[in-house]
Ligand binder design. Structure first.
Ligand code: FMN
Length: 210
């Protein structure tokens, strides 16, 4: 399928087939795609928790203004921001980089030192905002990948992050939930699948400067 056809096929799925489950290989592909998301400085201040448990999903639905898609999805991807992007986090990034690029040890150490100095100057709130932006990038990537893989999804900000953090014990892992992405296969009677997409006219939203 052409990429535009895939993007037209996707829509924010409100009702999933409660008995249709995404195959493990597809979940692995989605996980790899998440990990391949580009992030600022390459630091990846993000984590994805995959919930495939209907009783936990029921609790998450209650923390999501009772939006049904959280309960009927095959899996709920919880896109999180790392809370501690500090010197230790950056050193771990440098160590991983050195293992993967052993030829560049000294450059990696120098880059790590620059990052540590730069992040020392940022407030906690600035780092939180920066990490949150990286989570949104991952969402964009996953929406497209899911569309190509013929997996239905619903991007969601409509939930109470503090409640989701408690349900999933994210605080202990130094994470905070930023976005939910329930995924699965659309229910045959999901009316949202049948309505026209609403988008601005192309010549209004894209301007070419010749
Ligand atoms: C960041 C973000 C948050 C959203 N939050 C919700 C949500 O909480 N519940 C919901 O039903 N749809 C949510 N949506 C879906 C949008 O309403 C939907 O993507 C938009 O209306 C365009 O429709 P389409 O995705 O079907 O093309 C969200 C979308 C984005 C990108």
């Amino acid at each position: 399928m052409d990429i535009i056809e895939s993007l037209e096929w996707r829509y924010a799925t409100k009702k999933f087939d409660n008995n249709a489950f995404i195959e493990d290989e597809k979940i692995e592909r989605i996980s790899k795609a998440f990990n391949l998301t580009a992030t600022s400085y390459g630091l990846q201040p993000i984590k994805m928790i995959i919930v495939k448990n209907k009783s936990i999903q029921k609790k998450m639905k209650a923390a999501s203004f009772h939006q049904e898609q959280v309960a009927t999805a095959s899996h709920v991807l919880v896109l999180c921001a790392e809370k501690n992007v500090d010197a230790d986090f950056i050193k771990a990034f440098s160590n991983n980089s050195k293992q993967l690029r052993p030829e560049a040890h000294s450059e990696i150490d120098a880059y790590g030192d620059v990052l540590i100095d730069r992040f020392k100057l940022k407030s906690k709130a600035d780092i939180k905002l920066w990490a949150t932006k990286q989570v949104y990038l991952a969402l964009g990537n996953l929406l497209t990948v899911c569309a190509i893989e013929k997996i239905d999804s619903c991007p969601m900000e409509g939930f109470i992050p503090a409640e989701i953090d408690v349900i999933l014990g994210l605080e202990q892992e130094q994470l905070s939930a930023v976005l939910l992405l329930p995924i699965g296969y659309r229910a045959k009677n999901d009316v949202s699948a049948k309505i026209n997409k609403v988008r601005r006219p192309l010549n209004d939203i894209v301007k070419i400067i010749p």
